[in-house]
Design a protein around this ligand. Sequence first.
Ligand code: ADP
Length: 306
Amino acid sequence: MIVAEDIYKKFNDTVALNRVNITIPTGSIFGLLGPNGAGKTTFIRILTRIYLSDGGTVLINDNPLNELNARKIGYLPEERGLYKKMKVGELILYMARLRGLKTVEAKEQMNYWFGRFDIRDWSDKRIDSLSKGMQQKVQFIIAVLHRPEFLILDEPFSGLDPLNTEAIENEILELHKSGTTIVFSTHNMDSVERFCERVVLIDKGQVVLSGTVDEVKQAHKQSLYEFKCREHVDFLNERIAKSGTVVSSELKSGVYTVLAKLNTESEADGVLIDIAGKVKLTSFCELLPSMNDIFIESVKNKNEEL
Ligand code: ADP
């Protein structure tokens, strides 16, 4: 588990992180979310000891972060700064040595990953001869070569084609299955919906919301419901209007879809009881907000408060 408490970081007049508390549980897939300039990169750089914080503490598995235990963290940065003139194999082994791996072990791991990505003939290729997707794979291998317990991925899919995205995605999920804790830093809410169990949203250096994806959605839900039926939609709409508002009512391929905003959550039961036997419902569900809606709403609200 990584526990960051009361983290404060200032650059000249800019407070990049203002007393931030973030806990990343072991084994989770964790989303570190926030708009540009929120402080995500600064936070990651503190975890990876590229920066020292001006206040607060970071504990890794209950021990204060230091040079040695920081190696438990692997990091795939967003800007892919690789040494362009080096060969792939040379670069990977060089980076592995920096992370404390012995050459034999590093070679073993490198061959394992070359096999996983089916790129056994890449070792002698120069970095600057690789496409963006290929460079991303090399950078991924560098991030995971020392088998970190925690893997931080900063926008790992940006600029990748669907095939490379899938290849990297599969490896991330495999690593998670084998026990690696995954931290996604992203503003791509689709990948958050698909992967993350927990999220923290930061804006202007402060935590705006945190929790499991389900908790966050439950906290932001707005009594929105979707009814589907084949007939007597007028009866349904009239009944909904007594307990709230019909947001939309559409007919498509013989099925009416009615979106309703009810005054309270408990009104849904009343509507269902009253329409039973009169409206042939084919489905009914509560609509939870998307992470994208929650992101936009939370960041907007925060800015309006200021
Ligand atoms: P994010 O990764 O969420 O886009 P950053 O952590 O990069 O946000 O930036 C947070 C704030 O700190 C921004 O206002 C940014 O301009 C500032 N900042 C980040 N790094 C530096 C730096 N090295 N020097 C000065 N200001 C910085």
